[in-house]
Design a protein around this ligand. Structure first.
Ligand SMILES: [Zn+2]
Length: 348
């Protein structure tokens, strides 16, 4: 059945064209919420003819449009239920980091204490029954555990093709029967620990690494290129947001930068305050773009070097960046890193 239908109850709203109370709005049967005040059809078909269908609305606002609902009829009056994981389950995965390739890889590149703190902040887990894969738990701003994405990494830090979800393994093992996944931004649970600008990247790994490199922002991840949407961003609507899209060439649908810029423009029309960084786009050479690097790869995809410590001369407590990597200078250039007084940071 169609997901968006003209509201059956005879409530008429003011028509934007003829100003008479003859507009029937479209309603989303999965949520029981009107699509938008102007999305509807005027019943003065001959004299007015106003019709703003949901499909057009979603196109113009650059949102995904799902025409068909797989919800059964009885849900018409009921809100969709989402499932959550128990805290005990999450806690039971905070082990075996010595076998977790992602964590071990980070420890080969960064200060160990810094990695431990990041792992604890983001509640990174280890999937003991899934080849010690890395679990990126999605915890929302009310501490509800929305899901756990399992990604396996090689010792080199490169991800394998294996991606799974905790709930999918539970269903397979008959621990649970079904699970209604309702994803949120990875890292969303950290939104209230500061009032920092929220920086959004595509992959969980990038968010983790950037949080260690650049703590002027709170780093979160959409989990996929298309994962940048209004539902995921709504909890942080009142915050300053900056997007760092991955590098990539245009394969016909636009580069990651172009796609995220379109979404940014559409979301800002809805009242968001989102910036998008094109600095990486400008600095990267074509070769890097073809490799589809993300902002973290760009800084650590190089041979190990002596750890450099960066300090701001004015306020060293706020800027302790460690990195076993020569590209740190580039990092500073790309982000235009300055200390809290707005001065350039100098190498110690
Ligand atoms: Zn009308």
């Amino acid at each position: 059945m169609y997901r968006y239908i003209l509201h059956k109850k005879s409530i008429k709203h003011k028509c934007p064209r003829c100003n008479q109370r003859r507009l029937v709005r479209y309603i989303d049967i999965e949520t029981d919420i009107f699509v938008s005040p102007n999305v509807g059809r005027c019943d003065r078909e001959i004299n007015c003819g106003y019709h703003y269908p949901p499909k057009l609305f979603f196109q113009e606002n650059n949102q995904d449009y799902v025409a068909i609902s797989n919800e059964p009829l009885y849900s018409l009056s009921k809100k969709k239920e989402h499932d959550y994981h128990a805290l005990e389950l999450l806690n039971s995965t905070l082990v075996n980091f010595d076998k977790n390739n992602f964590v071990q890889f980070l420890k080969s590149k960064f200060d160990n204490e810094m990695v431990d703190k990041m792992v604890s902040d983001y509640k990174i887990g280890t999937a003991i029954n899934n080849y010690f894969g890395t679990i990126f738990w999605q915890i929302d701003n009310t501490k509800k555990i929305r899901g756990g994405k399992i990604i396996n990494y090689e010792v080199s830090g490169k991800r394998t093709k294996y991606i799974n979800w905790i709930h999918a393994t539970q269903i397979k093992n008959r621990v649970i029967e079904k699970f209604n996944l309702n994803q949120c931004l990875f890292g969303l649970h950290l939104m209230n620990r500061s009032s920092k600008t929220i920086a959004i990247v595509e992959s969980e790994k990038t968010a983790c690494i950037m949080s260690m490199l650049f703590n002027k922002y709170e780093w979160m991840a959409t989990g996929s290129l298309m994962g940048l949407n209004q539902i995921k961003l709504d909890p942080i609507k009142h915050r300053a947001i900056i997007l760092y899209p991955d590098l990539g060439i245009d394969t016909g649908k636009g580069t990651p930068f172009m796609l995220w810029k379109q979404k940014r423009d559409a979301l800002n029309k809805l009242g968001f305050d989102i910036e998008i960084s094109d600095l990486l786009e400008q600095k990267a050479i074509d070769f890097d773009k073809r490799k589809g690097l993300d902002i973290a790869d760009y800084f650590i995809d190089h041979p190990k070097e002596k750890t450099k410590r960066i300090k701001s001369t004015q306020n060293d407590a706020h800027m302790k960046l460690y990195m076993k990597n020569k590209k740190l200078k580039t990092l500073i250039d790309v982000f235009d890193l300055t200390n809290l007084n707005g001065n350039d940071i100098k190498f110690q």
